[in-house]
Design a protein around this ligand. Structure first.
Ligand SMILES: Cc1cc2nc3c(=O)[nH]c(=O)nc-3n(C[C@H](O)[C@H](O)[C@H](O)COP(=O)(O)OP(=O)(O)OC[C@H]3O[C@@H](n4cnc5c(N)ncnc54)[C@H](O)[C@@H]3O)c2cc1C
Ligand SMILES: *[C@@H]1O[C@H](CO)[C@@H](O)[C@H](O)[C@H]1NC(C)=O
Ligand SMILES: *[C@@H]1O[C@H](CO)[C@@H](O)[C@H](O)[C@H]1NC(C)=O
Ligand SMILES: *[C@@H]1O[C@H](CO)[C@@H](O)[C@H](O)[C@H]1NC(C)=O
Length: 504
């Protein structure tokens, strides 16, 4: 009896030894490895979303070269330990810490290169860069890239799963600008992916990159920075009914013939001035000639009742990036203290259905009744489609991104006023309630999806919602290129049951 117990204890004691082995295997290669208990680990293991700060990686590695990444991945694959890349660390559910505890994190903060080829205008961007540094680095050469608004977001996650900003109706998503990728695969192979080299894998990385390898550098086609830009912000305090109509105005306007691609916009809803009201903000960027802005947006502004609070910020292209970020500069060097405590969901709305009158009414009524909530919330209706959108002009099968037919992608977001834990149940209830208000009041079988850059950890049927018809092919490619399932986190592409993909 006693000896059996000792035997079991001896077996159990092997578990930490196995763990210890991977850590010691990772050490001594000339790059830092932060392990639990160290000061460096305490700082580096902190999740952007503090609601998920209990996710504890086994170790956080700081490689300095693709060869270092290759060493790390060979060890992880051999030991069947999950590995995840971290660029800006802004995953909504701590997927760049593994999503669940026990992963090896590959932190890319040393990969800070930004250069632009004089002839091709293709930029080589190390995946340790964040959007603020990229926008200012490219603008110094007169170049620009479509991307989101927050300067601290990393290019690694952003360009793996989409990358939407107000220039996207003209230039597409960040991932649409990718021309080639320097990656390391789970077996340690260092490869350059393009439409000529590993075209199937190149396809998979543009939409689902995190499941297939570590991108160390991305090569993107840059655009001429527009000569000027204007950020416009119009805010009204509306009743639920007025807000539902105003949202309808925004939607119809997006579908009017000849709407310029230089127009990008969203509606942001926040708590109104009183119960039964909602704050309605029409915000966007205009990248065409300054004197044409009013003729483009007045058809929306004139049809909304009451007097809005107006903020127009004309300036250079870079000024628009600074204005939209909101922090006053594009410095990305201070990475500490950049946190929130929140729950967010997304909803892609097919252009063929749109937000119907009854969906809009239920949505704005729900928000206008959410006056006395313990979390602060916002709901964004981002314009992806409308007339001649560059996002939707890309053929569905050109990349693995799952949404080329959305008029809108909505983001529904609740956070604690202090931005610190704990996060209350009522915050989940608000976000789930607002999603249900729309889906329950839309035509049956409307194909609502979700956006993988606003990732959730518990979304039912997430495979279909994020990737749609691309999911089976992604599974086959996963089986072919990551048979050890080394890039594994709660919403990573699952191995195929029908074997690896054999096409090209
Ligand atoms: C404040 C804020 C504002 C935002 N605004 C916008 C917006 O305007 N538009 C928009 O489209 N999105 C926006 N987002 C969402 C954002 O695009 C995603 O959170 C994005 O995935 C973050 O990328 P990251 O590199 O910072 O995150 P990380 O947490 O580092 O990575 C996210 C995921 O990508 C993987 N990954 C990261 N780097 C690599 C790599 N080099 N190779 C392979 N896989 C990698 C990670 O493993 C993880 O699964 C915003 C997010 C925040 C927090
Ligand atoms: C970085 O930002 C945090 C949080 O905003 C702040 O507390 C800290 O002082 C900043 N550090 C530096 C060096 O500016
Ligand atoms: C608002 O919420 C607080 C705390 O939850 C509660 O005490 C108060 O009665 C509520 N007020 C209204 C008007 O519902
Ligand atoms: C690693 O995987 C790649 C892609 O499948 C393959 O081409 C290469 O031969 C593999 N290398 C080894 C050492 O197995």
């Amino acid at each position: 009896m006693r000896s059996y117990k000792q035997f079991v204890l001896a077996l159990l004691s092997l578990v930490p030894i196995v763990r210890g082995d991977i850590v010691s295997d990772l050490q001594g290669h000339g790059f830092e490895v932060a392990v639990p208990g160290s000061e460096q680990y305490n700082i580096a293991s902190s999740a952007y979303n503090l609601r998920l700060d209990s996710v504890d990686p086994t170790a956080i590695t700081f490689p300095k070269s693709p060869k270092d990444v290759s060493e790390i991945l060979k060890i992880c694959s051999r030991d069947r330990v999950p590995a995840v890349a971290r660029s800006g660390g802004h995953s909504y559910v701590a997927n760049s810490l593994g999503g669940d505890s026990g992963a090896i994190v590959i932190d890319l903060s040393s990969f800070t290169q930004i250069s632009v080829d004089d002839n091709s205008k293709i930029a080589a961007i190390g995946t340790g860069n964040r959007l603020g540094a990229i926008a200012s680095g490219l603008f110094a050469k007169g170049r620009a890239l479509p991307h989101g608004t927050c300067k601290m977001v990393g290019i690694g996650g952003h360009s793996s799963f989409g990358g939407y900003g107000f220039t996207s109706r003209k230039w597409g998503l960040t991932l649409d600008t990718v021309r080639s990728l320097d990656v390391v695969l789970s077996n340690g192979t260092i490869a350059s992916l393009s439409s000529h080299n590993y075209p199937d894998l190149f396809w998979a990385f543009r939409g689902a990159g995190a499941s297939f390898g570590v991108v160390t550098q991305t090569h993107v086609a840059t655009l001429d920075a527009p000569p000027s830009s204007t950020v416009f912000v119009y805010t009204w305090d509306l009743t639920a009914e007025e807000a539902a109509n105003a949202l309808g105005v925004f939607q119809s306007h997006a579908q009017t013939p000849k709407l310029p691609q230089e127009y990008g916009a969203e509606i942001t809803f926040r708590k109104g001035s009183a119960f039964g009201k909602v704050s309605f903000t029409f915000i966007g960027g205009w990248y065409g000639p300054q004197d044409q802005l009013q003729s483009v947006i007045q058809p929306v502004v004139n049809k909304i009742p009451g007097t809005p609070v107006v903020q127009l910020t004309p300036g250079s292209y870079l000024d628009s990036v600074i204005t939209l970020d909101g922090s006053g500069n594009l410095d990305t060097s201070n990475v500490t203290g950049d946190h929130d405590t929140f729950f967010a969901r997304s909803l892609t709305v097919p252009e063929s259905v749109g937000l119907t009158a009854s969906a809009r009414k239920a949505f704005t009524t729900f928000m206008s009744n959410s006056f006395n909530t313990s979390t602060t919330w916002f709901c964004q209706v981002e314009l992806y489609g409308g007339t001649n959108s560059a996002i939707n002009n890309v053929p569905f099968d050109a990349t693995s991104f799952g949404h080329r037919d959305a008029i809108f992608i909505l983001q529904l977001y609740a956070f604690t006023p202090s931005k610190l834990p704990p996060f209350p149940q009522s915050g989940f209830d608000f976000v789930n309630g607002v999603v249900d208000s729309i889906t329950n009041n839309s035509p049956p079988h409307t194909d609502f999806g979700a956006y993988a850059n606003y990732i959730e950890s518990d979304l039912p049927n997430w495979q279909q919602k994020y990737y749609g018809a691309h999911y089976p092919k992604l599974q086959q490619l996963k089986t072919k290129y990551d048979p050890t399932n080394t890039f594994r986190f709660p919403t990573s592409i699952e191995l195929s049951k029908s074997g690896p993909y054999e096409g090209s």
